[in-house]
Every structure is written in structure tokens, then in C-alpha cells.
Design a protein around this ligand. Structure first.
Ligand SMILES: [Zn+2]
Length: 300
């Protein structure tokens, strides 16, 4: 509690001293949580913004707590974008405090509510893995940046139009690719249940060892259930995720194979974080293509 008060006081101090930049035409200072949100904001903001992500490649947002350095960056920002829907569950109080000082935008809250998936009454936060929903998030970014810097409205709109075309092509391509996997084997099994939206959008059944949060433990019953499905349906591969420990999936593979089944590691998928900027999964479109290629190659 003491720390929280210190953070708030410090945030206020920084905000007072450093939030005067916009008027002088310097780039809008944007801070985001995940690097997935970061890249979307950059697609729209281009050189009119100066953006920084708090979470890099391989970082699990479900567990992430803001550091002192993060608090300083957040205090300096003109606007903050985060995923929301409790993806960054341990940062919510920080967002709540900041929102009295500057725009703090949770993209998940801009998605049409009836399109959000639920597991045991908890909203699944991984909506970016459905390209059509990420498109809705993009519109929110355009809206919020334009509110802050209306002089750049045409610039943001033009960039959004160009990016929208790419997203539309991506959406069609993923659906075509997944359809090439024989239907009985079209099952995606990974460490945590991040791919629910992907599965619903692109017609592939999705099963995770953990629920939609990585913070919960999986039980032996879950493991037994998955082993049986893999053997019965002759599923060829299961997947690890770049931001989640490999241990659980490795023990699943070992378990199936020890019981006379045959399943392999299909590769690594990117769920909650992009790869490093230079890698093929370093952009949103790159990540979605990389995941889709990996899934199709392993399951076909
Ligand atoms: Zn997740």
C-alpha cells in the first residue's frame, strides 16, 4: 500500500512536469503493455508517435507486475494502450490510477461485447488471435490517437486504410490454410487456452492444458483427458508457446508416447507476445502467419 502511494505521488509529479510536449509538435508519447499492442499502435501512429512497450518477446502478461521503471514510463506517456479484459491482471490498479491523469485505453473494451468468448464466466482476453477482432481494436487506436492529435487525422486514417487491407488478406489466408488440415485431426493443443478465438474464427478445435490464464495450475484430470483425446483421434502434434513454460507440454508428450501413443512437438506458437522485432514473428501479421504455418505443417 505504501508503495502504491509512492507510485501515485511520483506519477503525479512526472505527469505535471512532462505532459506539456504535445503542444510543441513533438511526437505523441505512447506506452503500451504487450508488444502486440505496441506494434498495432505503431502501424497507425507511424512517425507521429514515439512508442514503447513494457513487455518484450517471451514475457507472460498474465503474471506481469509493473516495475518502478515502468511507472516512470507510464507517468511520462501522453497516452497508454493496454490489452485489457484482465490479460494484464496484475496491472489493473496502475491503469485505474493513471486514468485520472491521461487517456488509458484498454483495447478489449472496444470490442463488440457479444463477440467476446467466455470460459467459466470469465472473459477470454486473447481476442487478437481473431484478425477480425483485432481490426476492431485498430479502429479504437485510430479514434484515440485522433482525439489526442486531430491535426494528424488524415495521416492516421490513411495508415489504417492500408493496414486494413493487409489484415483482410491475412484473415482470408489463415482460413484457407487451416482448411487444408484433415477435419478429424484439426485440433490445436497447447500450454494454455489462448487460442479459443483463433479456433472459433478459423475452424479448428482448441484444447489447452491450462485455462485462459497461465496463473492457474492444471490438474491430473486435464492431463488424462488430453492424453485420451490425442490417442483416440491420432493427433500428430501438440505445441508449446513462447511466453509459457514448456514443461507441461513436454510431460504430456512423454505421457502419450509412454502409453503407446504417438505425438510429437509441433513447434512453438506465439500467443501472448510477438517474437523479437527481427524474427518472422516480430509483427502481428508475421506472428499470425508463423503460427498458422507451424500448425498446418505439424497437423496435416
Ligand atoms: Zn494468455
Amino acid at each position: 500500500m505504501k508503495n502504491a502511494i509512492k507510485y501515485i505521488a511520483l506519477s503525479w509529479l512526472f505527469a505535471t512536469f512532462f505532459s506539456q510536449n504535445l503542444a510543441y509538435g513533438s511526437p505523441i508519447k505512447v506506452v503500451t503493455t504487450t508488444n502486440i499492442v505496441h506494434e498495432l499502435v505503431l502501424q497507425i501512429g507511424g512517425d507521429k508517435i514515439q512508442a514503447e512497450a513494457l513487455m518484450g518477446p517471451g514475457v507472460d502478461p498474465h503474471f506481469y507486475k509493473a516495475t518502478f521503471g515502468d511507472m516512470r514510463k507510464l507517468a511520462h506517456a501522453d497516452i497508454v494502450f493496454y490489452n485489457g479484459l484482465h490479460l494484464e491482471g496484475r496491472m489493473q490498479s496502475v491503469f485505474d490510477n493513471l486514468s485520472s491523469m491521461k487517456p488509458v485505453v484498454g483495447l478489449g473494451y472496444a470490442i463488440e461485447q457479444h463477440l467476446l468468448l467466455k470460459e467459466n464466466d470469465i472473459v477470454d482476453p486473447h481476442f487478437w488471435l481473431d484478425v477480425r477482432l483485432w481490426r476492431q481494436a485498430m479502429h479504437e487506436v485510430v479514434l484515440r490517437l485522433t482525439e489526442l492529435a486531430p491535426q494528424h487525422a488524415d495521416y492516421f486514417d490513411a495508415r489504417a486504410d492500408a493496414y486494413l487491407l493487409e489484415l483482410n488478406q491475412l484473415d482470408v489466408w489463415i482460413r484457407q490454410q487451416i482448411a487444408t488440415i484433415p477435419e478429424s485431426r484439426r485440433v490445436l493443443i497447447s500450454a494454455h487456452n489462448a487460442f479459443g478465438y483463433y479456433g472459433a474464427a478459423y475452424n479448428i478445435e482448441v484444447l489447452g492444458l491450462q485455462g485462459i490464464n497461465t496463473t492457474s495450475e492444471y490438474g491430473l484430470q486435464d492431463l488424462r483427458h488430453l492424453k485420451d483425446i490425442i490417442k483416440k483421434r491420432k493427433i500428430k502434434a501438440v505445441f508449446i508457446e513462447s511466453s509459457v513454460s514448456e514443461r507441461a507440454i513436454e510431460s504430456l508428450i512423454a505421457g502419450v508416447n509412454a502409453e503407446g501413443g504417438k505425438v510429437a512437438l509441433g513447434g512453438q506458437l506465439y500467443s501472448d507476445a510477438l517474437g523479437s522485432a527481427k524474427s518472422s514473428a516480430g509483427s502481428y501479421i508475421g506472428m499470425m502467419r508463423y503460427n498458422t504455418r507451424t500448425i498446418v505443417k505439424a497437423l496435416k
